[in-house]
Design a binder for this molecule. Sequence first.
Ligand code: ADP
Ligand code: ZN
Length: 628
Amino acid sequence: MTATSQDNSDNRPDALLEVIEQRWGYTSLRPLQHEAMQAAVDGRDALVVLPTGGGKSLCYQAPALLNDKPTVVVSPLISLMKDQVDPLIERGIPAAYLNSSLDPADRRLVCDGIVRGRYKLVFVAPERFAAEGFFDMLDQGGVGAFAIDEAHCISHWGHDFRADYRQLGLLKQRYPAVPVHAFTATATPRVRQDVIEQLHLSDPLVLVGDFFRPNLTYTVHRRRRGFTSIISAVRKRSGRAGIVYCIRRADVDELAAQLQAAGISAVGYHAGMTDEQRTQTQDSFATGRVDVVVATVAFGMGIDRADIRFVIHAAMPKSLEHYQQETGRAGRDGQPAECILYYTGGDFGLWQSIIGNGDATNVEDQTRCLGTMYSYCTGPSCRHRRLVTYFGQQWDRDTCGACDFCNDRPDALGDSTVIAQKIMSCVLRTGQRFGAGHVADVLMGSLTDRARKWGHDELSTYGLLPDQSKPVLMQWMDQLVDQDLLTREPQYRTLAVTQQGWRVLRSETDASLYAIAGAEAKPAPKRRGRTPARATLPSNEHRPHAATAPRPLDADQRVLFERLRDLRRTLAEERNVPAFVIFSDKTLRELARARPTSEAEMLAVRGVGRAKYATFGDRFLDAIQAHG
Ligand code: ADP
Ligand code: ZN
């Protein structure tokens, strides 16, 4: 059956506002709420991207009241459905949820209500559409509209792909005349396009809210002494409401205990706690009895406290999407709030292993998100700018006035413009067809297979910046992208010089590059100049270290090791991740020694896990076989 939308609905322009004032008591609308609701009233498909706290729920709830047929809301978390439905019922709005948490009697009641079309809003999880008989129930009761919450979960390109979401693509086929409205708080332009395609939205209205939150101040620190600085940061903010995010449950427990020992009333929250404990924590925080919650990402969805003054990340989150969403919970009352992030390279490795040990379907996508997050931490540039442009919004301010970079801008390197010119020349000379990793190799004068294959070792820009390390060069390229001097093609990550970049090349204007704090910035050991670098293989032991010196490789193994390193570099570049994400030097050395020829042999090498084998195994086996 195909339900037609809204035929008998009341679509006077002010009807919505009346309903909202009556039922919710709001006298004004947040940005884009009106446009989003109008699309629903008009029965037009829509994709609405509004930041957390932007008021997305109202955008499907209020129009549902004007619709004579029920609106089916798809929401990923069963645990939150009750929190969404209860307030609706309190407002006198017939609403229900259908999920596995209902006991048989309630379930019968809800099913009966759906069949009779009794509800204005019905909340279900995506897997419900695979359940037997559900479509029949909808057909009997009718459907006026579908609202898809957390719509980014349908996309592989996002940070939170859920296989169950994929079947939502069927909705349009089955109900071509029923409008579908997709909502999310975080979607890059690529994810947006994918959501539209996967859901088969037809001529959708796309609304993207303003992600710039000037009342939030962003700061990033490299974490040095365990939790010490975090505890003192929380203590300095005593009496104010805040959330401290950790990666692991064990860290939550540990940090909460240390904060309590320091006299701060902090409580922990993670998925390993009982429902009762968690509800209790949520309530104490919501009502202000507790000011600080130490939590894993599990905490936050559905948090309705507007006066959160700080969000501290005790460790790096796994994507900018997560980071933006978690920090977005601060300062929803519009008053100043702080977002402070502590990270180490170890956080990267920890996430890497968590991702690798998980369900391996989108290891690569997650790894890419992780790489972007890490580069946010290490890259000296305006934090707001980075976040906002990541989500596809234009940025035309000189400074945000609310981040560590803008407020305490480091001095640019004295020879910034010359370095920028060298980098951009190399991008041009290599034909604007390569990513940052390869351009860095050419600038450093690394004789990689790739450089050889493309004849890039013959270029005038080969070995032009021999004293810089690859991570530093890549970071500088990120900075040039940030300054719109280079652009990066979104899919293949190739770099090209912009108009503005040309002006720098012609010395009409200057560029600013900044030194990079922390370990990544360690300059590589002096390389020999251009000629010897071409004549010899790059040495594999840049940093001899007596205590941990690995068993030396023989000459042939060394050649293979270098080949594997080149391959690793290529793979890292393709994915825009640091090379160590793929395999450590140690693992490569072991591979060069063991020369595995099968999956089993390769898995026997330390450092090669199943997930990595699935992603990279063939490439390495091929390389080893090619070496003979
Ligand atoms: P999102 O789902 O976009 O994160 P919510 O729908 O949970 O945001 O809304 C965030 C908060 O803002 C809720 O407390 C909601 O009641 C409130 N809110 C939404 N729209 C308005 C409005 N027009 N006026 C006042 N408060 C609103
Ligand atoms: Zn800034």
